[in-house]
Write a protein that binds this ligand. Sequence first.
Ligand code: PLP
Length: 224
Amino acid sequence: MTGHISRKIALIKQQIPDNVELIAITKQVSIEAMREAYAAGISNFGENRLQEALSKQEQLKDLTNVDWHFIGHIQKNKVKKIIENFTWIHSVDSLSLAEKINSLAAKLDLMPKVFLQVKVMPDPNKYGWEVSNLLQDLEQLNQFEQLKVQGLMTILPWGLSEVEMLKAFATVAKLSTAIRQKNYAHLPMTELSMGMSGDYKLAIQAGATKIRLGRIIFGDGQFD
Ligand SMILES: *Cc1c(COP(=O)(O)O)cnc(C)c1O
């Protein structure tokens, strides 16, 4: 099987514009497979479980210039370890979590780069702000000087048609632009984290700047 991962990465890279960053999502992926991805040019890894991620970071500490992204729901007692060990946090999904990250980051003199997770369609199984709630919270989020809010992140619900997916991604992109145009000092909103294995082409069409791909790189399935 060796060589498959690098071949898949090469094929995906051909399809994505230069301004779009590919984050390899490596939850439950082996260290060997991660080393193969790194050799194929991947320098961004995303994980959703803290313990698993810390163990992998330890095993891969010889790799240089790697950025680690946290993409999973965050319990408040894990915030300290997460901001100490990840450059990017994609899954800031509530005002109280943002507040906690901000206060600990101030104590530790860190400036984590974060995304605000939104859901543009009702989805009880997912975390994140609904649009109207996010708009209400912007003033307070803008007070968190220790957070570098890079933009919005979204995960679409299962079972949408391509038209619905594109529409949902476009809604997130429009929301991001609308927030950016308010010129909040601490909400620059220049990035969009959206697109997974099943929908990344549509996400890029709608303006994604960071795509998060797992199965299509590391799974057994055929590459289309
Ligand atoms: C697992 C996961 C991904 C990757 O999904 P694939 O379908 O394997 O590409 C992306 N983002 C988040 C938040 C995830 O949990």
